[in-house]
Design a binder for this molecule. Sequence first.
Ligand code: V47
Length: 376
Amino acid sequence: MHLSLNALENRAIAAGLAGIPSHVLAGDRLSTEQCLAMYQTDDVPLLGVLANEMRNRRHGDTTFYNVNTHVNYTNWCNQFCDFCAFQRRPGDDGAYCMSPEQVEQELRNANPEATEVHMVAGVWPALGYEYFLDILRAAKRGRPNIHIKAFTMVEIDLIVKLAKKPLPDVMAELREAGLDSMPGGGAEVFSERVRAELYPKKMSSKRWIELAHQVHGEGFRTNATMLYGMIETLEERVDHLNKLREIQDVTAGFQTYIPLAFHPKNTKLEHLPFASPMERLRAIAIGRLFLDNFAHIKAYWVMLGLPVAQMALNFGANDIDGTVSQEKVYHDAGAATPQALSRAGLHQLIREAGRDPVERNTLYQALPTPESELAV
Ligand code: V47
């Protein structure tokens, strides 16, 4: 599609976004002031047009997905974050902690075509350092060739403390046990004001950022997230994105950015609304436009819902996550999405958005299209 810069700039003036189309189309980096204006504008469709253009320039119609499974190995947690519906104390109704043998069995039972397991959980120090090595080894025993994407920075912080060893030694031992890369959770929103109010026990944003630098320095690729839609201001969202962009300028270790809309059900913040479809699309578009040093923007369908995830593929996203199964963090918080999608279901969702589905591995290498999908 040919975009007329004049027409876009005229529309941008009315939307409080003057100059942004010219910057974007020239490939120039947007400022934090411009990012704030993008959060304030009513013209989300204009953001979509611009973000879509940037997505098309990088990826054309290619839309990545993977075949993956989730193992939330325990919901025991001592952090008591107000936004979380997943956490339990041992003995509470529904509390569980998987033994390494159970983790191994989960992997044996998983979709035989899965190339990735996403393993994250609560924070429970009494599990001890060896437990974390054991569950990684158990996952690889259950499925030797699977890529293990495990442990947010919050879990890494715990594991390093339990190990009582320097971080490089711990990361080497985790790698030896089977850790391949890390997901993007645990960042929440970096604002210390929000942290003090809603998740005061969680490690500081400074520590999250320091760990991101360190694990990238040890050669691990990770993802990045922002949990939005609680009590944070728009300025605090901008600051969060800016901090992610600054880390990436130094390390280039993030693979994808995943905005996570807050799901209120069964949490202490149940009175808050779930972000509207328009706000969820805005978050995707701003991610694509502001994070110019991120290769990929993920529309995590489990959180977005299928219709919005599909639209997000024309608002800047080029990845829709995976087939997913056994996901608990969002489903405990009221996500109404299915527990899993088949590969054919993902292909259909992506094709209906006018895009080309491409299966990837966790490190964004394209995999051959399976025969079952060639004829479609
Ligand atoms: O860290 C917890 C968030 C994260 C709620 O890296 C909530 O590929 C909304 O990080 N409402 C975990 N969000 C999930 C996550 C993730 C998901 C998919 C893919 C990847 C990846 C990472 O979920 C937590 C927290 O920020 N979260 N509770 C809630 N009620």
